[in-house]
Design a protein around this ligand. Structure first.
Ligand SMILES: Cc1ncc(C[n+]2csc(CCOP(=O)(O)OP(=O)(O)O)c2C)c(N)n1
Length: 641
């Protein structure tokens, strides 16, 4: 790694080490941290812009509070890299998001300074309130701090927690890190409200005066602060910028400049002594200090490796990503169907909806980080004859499980769930792997669940999904389609029909989605190297299952291997076993998929290989069952018949 030197950072092994640094040294430390962040993330990839935005805030929090005794909880925690640097993880920072390296998020197993793990948004205030409540029950006096971005503040859970916290009056600090951005520009009424606080001329004046009052009194006790607060209220009259939070029972302070240590530190020192719930509104700039990131905060929210001198380059990959194939297909389908709508929960870029949002702005809805609302909003639209496509990462749809069952499926509403990032996602790790959706969807009556094996089938499945009279979910992975394909036109796919891709007599591999390609390669290799004749079926549907083709394969080849990029518990292979059991067929079956544990971070190919989800792993499993198939009386009967 280049860059540096980092004379101050080199001496920081724990938050204690920054307590003695002068304000001047702390500012120099911030500059070193910025340089190191750019260095590291340019080689590892990761959430650069959010972290550059919280350098001073992280330093100020650790200067003032006593971690790990005091609990600092970062919402989502994609912006916890600076916190990691200050809490003894500097020597491993180059392993960030790498296989067996530091997580890109807070993680309890990783450090005593990480009191709560995350990856999904909107959980920090609830967790903080839980800790504050436990503290009060225990009769101890540690502080609890939740740092939440304005984007994550659009999550319903954040408001549920504010509502509860404001009512309980327990001591906790919520730092609202407001950079006016979610991943994309933040949306909704709260975003407009916060933005009014920042830009309205009156509020700007108030802010300046508030900052003066609150940051220029030397270390004050609560009584002094109350006086200051009174003065502040007098300045503001009836209109206080944080009225909404005040009404929810939080003492609102700010907004203050989150890049100014001379304001941040005294402010935190003062409010440390306050009792009850406090919300400090801090204003920061995403990407602060690195021009390419300041200019393109969306691109640098989460970035692949890049050349730090020139910034991120968009090197077109030879094959399009599934996300892009989906986004393009949706735009095409929308041209022929005025009722087709697209909904995202704060992920227009990640889900490939930007072209749709440009082509059909009135039919595109970014609802904020509000997956539950997204699903029921879609249900409402569907009752009125609209065709909503909820475009969502598999892992985030977990948030809306009851909405899926209670609001969509139970009423048999034609909502399409386009689930991106299904399967192992790679460097984001266990919080983001989309490996549960088959299990959690398969038990819902009336829901069609399918998975394309390539770009062509993704287009056809999407087209088919938008023409059903009930709910449909389709899952597709992170990454590129497997080969160059003809991506023109659309064809209907027969619901519940699998596809026979290769005939064979010694055993059958029934694969789904991403696993079809390696299954074909396994069959190819087994034919060449072992002389085995392996049947390969693309299941296409998890529900309804093509029982006919599966039972025929069991009878005719005598042994089955199922392969899926989903939890084995309750997954596709389980569905096949149930199908055999219902038919009274007993044949050797091997199920390949995700075992009953959380899967670490790492390159997708590596993780798949470790789990036997590549052609070699499939071939192994096939060899193990094919031998047993030969002795299976069922198969003998089938062959004789
Ligand atoms: C439940 C959930 N939905 C979506 C995401 C994807 N996501 C990660 S960070 C982020 C934006 C967060 O914005 P904000 O809280 O303002 O933090 P910033 O990056 O701007 O500092 C989103 C939408 C997520 N992590 N969790």
């Amino acid at each position: 790694m280049t860059g540096g030197p980092f004379p101050l950072l080199d001496k920081v092994n724990s938050p204690e080490d920054i307590k003695t640094l002068s304000r001047k040294e702390l500012k120099a430390l911030c500059a070193e941290i910025r340089e190191l962040l750019i260095d590291v993330v340019s080689t590892t990839g990761g959430h650069l812009a959010p972290n550059l935005g919280v350098v001073e805030l992280s330093v100020a929090l650790h200067k003032v509070f006593q971690s790990p005794r005091d609990k600092i909880i970062w919402d989502v925690s994609h912006q916890s890299y600076v916190h990691k640097l200050l809490t003894g993880r500097r020597d491993r920072i180059h392993t960030l998001r790498q296989y067996q390296g530091l997580s890109g998020f807070q993680k309890r197993e990783e450090s005593i300074h990480d009191p709560f793990g995350a990856g999904h948004a909107g959980t920090s205030i609830s967790a903080a309130l839980g800790m504050a409540t436990a503290r009060d029950l225990n009769g101890t006096d540690e502080r609890v701090i939740a740092v939440i971005g304005d984007g994550s503040m659009t999550a319903g859970m954040a408001f549920e927690a504010l509502n509860h916290g404001g009512g309980t009056k327990r001591g906790m600090l919520v730092v609202l890190n407001d950079n006016e951005m979610s991943i994309s520009r933040n949306v909704g009424a709260v975003a407009s409200y916060l933005s009014r606080i920042l830009t309205d001329e009156f509020y700007v004046r108030v802010r300046e005066e508030t900052e003066n009052i609150l940051t220029h009194i030397p270390r004050v006790g609560e009584r002094m602060l109350k006086v200051a607060k009174k003065a502040e209220e007098a300045v503001k009259g009836f209109i206080t910028p944080g009225l909404v939070f005040e009404e929810l029972g939080f003492q609102y302070l700010g907004p203050i400049d989150g890049h100014n240590l001379d304001h941040l530190i005294p402010m935190l020192e003062n409010i440390r002594h306050l009792k009850g719930p406090v919300l400090l509104h801090v204003v920061t700039k995403k990407g602060k200090g690195y021009t390419p990131a300041e200019d393109n905060p969306v691109g640098y929210h989460g970035t692949p490796k890049f050349d730090k001198e020139v910034g991120v380059q968009n090197t077109p990959s030879p094959l399009p990503a599934y996300t892009q194939v989906f986004g393009d297909a949706l735009v095409e389908l929308a041209a022929a169907d005025d009722d087709l709508l697209a909904i995202t929960a704060a992920m227009p870029t990640g889900t490939g909806l930007v072209p749709f949002s440009k082509a059909y702005p009135k039919r595109f809805f970014d609802v904020g980080i509000a997956e539950q609302h997204a699903v029921t909003f879609a249900a409402g639209l569907a009752t009125q004859g609209k065709r909503p496509v909820v475009t969502i990462y598999s892992t985030f749809l977990q948030r809306a499980y009851d909405q899926l069952i209670h609001d969509v499926a139970l009423q048999n509403l034609p909502v399409v769930f386009a689930m991106d990032r299904a399967g192992l996602v790679g460097d984001d790790g266990p919080t983001h792997h989309g490996v549960f959706d088959i299990s959690y969807l398969r038990s819902i009556p009336g829901l069609v669940v399918m998975a394309p094996r390539d770009g062509r089938s993704l287009r056809d499945m999407l087209h088919t999904a938008t023409r059903q009279s009930g709910p449909v979910a389709l899952r597709y992975p992170r990454g590129s389609i497997p080969a160059e394909e003809n991506l023109e036109g659309f064809h209907m796919v027969a619901i519940g029909k699998a596809e026979l891709l290769r005939d064979g007599a010694d055993a059958t591999v029934i694969a789904l989605g991403t696993m079809v390609q390696p299954a074909l390669e396994a069959a190819e290799n087994l034919a060449r190297d072992e002389g085995l004749s392996i049947r390969v079926i693309d299941a296409r549907f998890v529900k309804p299952l093509d029982r006919e083709m599966i039972l025929a394969a069991a009878r005719e080849t005598g042994a089955l291997v199922t392969v899926e990029e989903n939890a084995l518990a309750g997954g596709f292979g389980s569905a096949v076993l149930e199908c055999l059991e219902e038919a009274g067929l007993a044949v050797p079956v091997r199920r390949l998929g995700i075992p009953d544990r959380f899967i670490e971070q790492g390159p997708q190919a590596r993780l798949r290989a470790d789990l036997g989800l590549d052609w070699a792993g499939i071939a192994e499993a096939v060899k193990a069952v094919a031998g047993r198939a030969a002795d299976n009386p069922l198969r003998v009967m089938a062959v004789e018949a």
